[in-house]
Ligand binder design. Structure first.
Ligand code: ADP
Ligand code: MG
Length: 677
């Protein structure tokens, strides 16, 4: 990066603004080229003043008729008004707190104003319109005005300045293979960038977007295909010994119909001689763990090891607890491998794994460390798969030859995304809860209910139940949200005779486990925790969950959280604070109160937040997409996927396409190492 490419070289951009642009990820003029508008104002059509209607956003070409006059309505609110006219009529313009902005307008001058029309008849006005001076006799400019996503302290005018210079700078070399660009009649990259920032009309925007979406999806598909190619092999292990029925006999309960069905699908897969690649989707509490166990059982019966990777240590430990006893009855040995174990414990565990002395290995990310070597890994289970990235799954897979893979999720993935992430994925659905579950009654409440909720907590405790209180993670520099620790202390004051425990992510694993163990054994009445309890943990006596600042969570996550209660015979409740945080928060929480169906909630969540947030980068391991929308750009996605596959079949390392390879690397910067080596 040279000095003159930095956005600070743009006149009018001082150190303060520079820092704000950096905050948006814009360091250089090239970065600015890649920062696309979020919307446009259509100023191509200029309307006669007489035709304006209430609520409309419009451009007008007018002469200023009166001197702007400013009136102070109250402290902090000035209103400036003046008249403008064209051949068709007269209109008042109104500005809030813009005395100085309007001072530069002069009576008799001609301008284009763009803004929203409010009121009708004599009250009709345009509020805070943008203005542009037009010299006498000149044609008014007609254009699509780009609107950039801003951050506090920056204005559209700042962007206009930076973009004017950025678009004059050279655009990177064209990198999309020529034949592909022709086949889909795509613009060149440089053209598309020019048009997305300065489109003459709506059609130009559509053309530019099409190219930019295609290239983004194409890069995504190239990267994903590279990740996937590293694990597709035609020949898989054949597990011919053992049946799910043998396994069911080991359980203390009868499997549900849905479990029987899913287990049979797994069993069929592992007998085909091709590697299984199956996703099990089932609501929280539907009993997916035993399906993992079925696969591990079949692997062991055929002399292979298996691994279950869980997102948290608590959950891994719980799987260990529930499975090791069952497996012990048929001589299958389990081992638990956690990052928090001492070096010595880990070494001993790894030695057992390498020697094949244990058949089922349960653990966290610790399982995919370089120094973990399996004796003969034949099956891999990834629990709560949305918590892991594509690369992490691939790494576990590579610990074996061509192991069978089962991924389990309580968050349904829309088909499109499944198609991209797994391609040849098969799906089993566990749509039945084990018998005896009572649906969790859910309430959304506001702050004024706090006293009553505290009394409700006490009531549950008196009745012999236990309570979870969940607080959102507090990120540094954030405004007053309750941290688990503070909230625990406050609650202790209000319930002095109760045993209150606190659990949060920053605690040592051993301390976390100790608190969790004490809660599970009834030695703690109220557990105040962050979302570390989100997945999996099972305390049947817990019958109330109170979620603080529930508006801060995604719906699917709230549903997962609430799945921690209602696991026993007690009548169970979930109380969400945050219903007083605005109409949108209230609306979202209402969905949760209305249904206990995780699939329905996931759909609502996806619709409300869009896939970008739903599958946050951190959670899913997918790169962030800037223009493409995985739920909307389906047909382009398919085309991009086909083209990526065809190109990679010819040139797997993209040796002939260095710029393209560089772009893919950039997009997958999290695992660029693994993609092309
Ligand atoms: P999830 O699908 O959320 O992972 P789990 O596998 O943790 O659900 O199961 C939740 C609880 O239900 C566990 O305590 C498990 O032992 C129990 N369970 C699973 N299947 C059955 C069944 N068929 N009958 C009774 N209880 C079951
Ligand atoms: Mg589970």
């Amino acid at each position: 990066m040279t000095e003159k490419d930095n956005i600070s070289a743009v006149s009018g951009i001082g150190p303060k603004k520079q820092a704000l642009f950096y905050k948006l990820g814009i360091h250089t003029l090239r970065d600015a080229q890649d920062y696309y508008p979020r919307d446009y104002e259509d100023r191509t059509r200029i309307l006669p003043v007489a035709q304006l209607t209430e609520g409309q956003r419009a451009a007008i070409f007018v002469t200023v008729g009166t001197e702007p006059t400013t009136r102070r309505v109250r402290k902090g609110l000035d209103i400036t008004r003046f008249k403008v006219f064209d051949a068709s009529g007269v209109l008042w313009l109104t500005y809030y707190n813009n005395r100085y902005g309007t001072a530069v307008l002069h009576v008799g001058g001609t301008y284009v104003f763009y803004g929203k029309v409010q009121g009708s008849g004599a009250q009709r006005t345009m509020m805070n319109p943008a203005s542009e001076f037009v010299p006498k006799g000149a044609e008014p400019p007609r254009r699509m005005q780009p609107i950039y996503p801003l951050t506090a302290g920056l204005t559209q005018k700042d962007f206009a300045r930076v973009m004017a210079q950025a678009l004059a700078a050279p655009c990177g070399a064209e990198w999309l293979p020529e034949d592909i660009a022709q086949r889909y009649q795509l613009l060149r990259h440089a053209e598309a960038v020019q048009l997305i920032h300065q489109p003459p009309n709506a059609r130009a925007i559509a053309l530019a977007r099409r190219r930019l979406i295609f290239e983004e999806l194409f890069l995504l598909c190239c990267g994903l295909a590279r990740l996937k190619d590293r694990r597709t092999d035609a020949v898989g292990l054949r597990f011919s010994q053992g049946t799910p029925e043998d396994f069911w006999k080991l359980l203390p309960f009868a499997p549900t119909g849905a479990q029987v069905r899913a287990a049979r699908e797994i069993w069929q897969d592992v007998q085909t001689g091709r590697p299984m690649n199956r996703l099990v989707q089932g609501d929280v509490g539907s009993g997916k763990t035993v399906l993992a166990a079925v696969l591990c059982y079949l692997a062991a019966q055929n002399g292979y090891q298996s691994a279950i990777m869980a997102p948290t240590e608590i959950l891994a430990a719980q799987h260990m607890e529930s499975l090791s006893g069952i497996f012990a009855r048929v001589g299958i040995r389990c081992a638990l491998l956690l990052g928090s174990m001492t070096a010595r414990q880990k070494a001993a565990c790894k030695a057992q794994i390498a020697a094949g002395e244990v058949q089922v290995v349960i653990g966290t990310h610790a399982l995919i460390q370089k120094d973990v070597a399996f004796h003969n890994l034949g099956a891999v289970v990834v629990d709560e798969q949305h918590r892991f990235g594509v690369a992490q799954r691939a790494m576990l897979h590579e610990k074996g030859q061509t192991p069978h893979v089962l991924v389990m999720s309580a968050t349904p993935i829309p088909r499109t995304l499944a198609l991209i992430l797994y391609g040849d994925l098969d799906v089993s659905i566990v749509d039945e809860l084990p018998p005896g579950r009572t649906p969790v009654e859910t309430f959304a409440v506001g702050e004024r209910m706090r006293r009553r909720i505290e009394a409700f907590i006490e009531k549950q405790l008196v009745a012999g139940g236990q309570v979870y209180v969940v607080c959102p993670l507090v990120e540094e520099g954030e405004l007053p949200l309750k941290s688990a620790e503070e909230h625990g202390a406050a609650l202790q004051k209000c319930l002095p005779h109760r045993r209150i425990g606190v659990l949060h992510g920053k605690m040592k694993a051993a301390d976390k486990d100790e608190i969790m163990r004490r809660f599970a054994q009834g030695e703690i009445d109220v557990l105040v925790a962050t979302t570390v309890i989100e997945v999996g943990v099972n305390v049947p006596n817990a019958c109330l969950m109170v979620i603080e600042d529930a508006d801060r969570f995604g719906l699917s996550q709230l549903h997962q959280l609430r799945g921690r209660v209602g696991r026993g015979t007690r009548e169970s409740y979930c109380v969400c604070f945050g219903a007083d945080k605005g109409a949108q928060a209230k609306e979202r929480l209402k969905v949760l109160c209305g249904t206990n169906d995780g699939f329905e909630i996931a759909r609502a969540d996806l619709a409300q937040r869009g896939p970008g947030d739903f599958f946050g980068k951190r959670q899913h391991g997918l790169p962030v997409l800037h223009v493409a929308d995985l739920s909307a750009d389906l047909s382009l996605m398919q085309q991009a996927k086909d083209e990526a596959a065809a190109l990679l079949a010819r040139d797997p390392l993209l040796a002939a396409y260095p710029e393209l390879r560089e772009r893919v690397r950039q997009m997958f910067s999290d695992h660029a190492q693994e993609i092309f080596n």
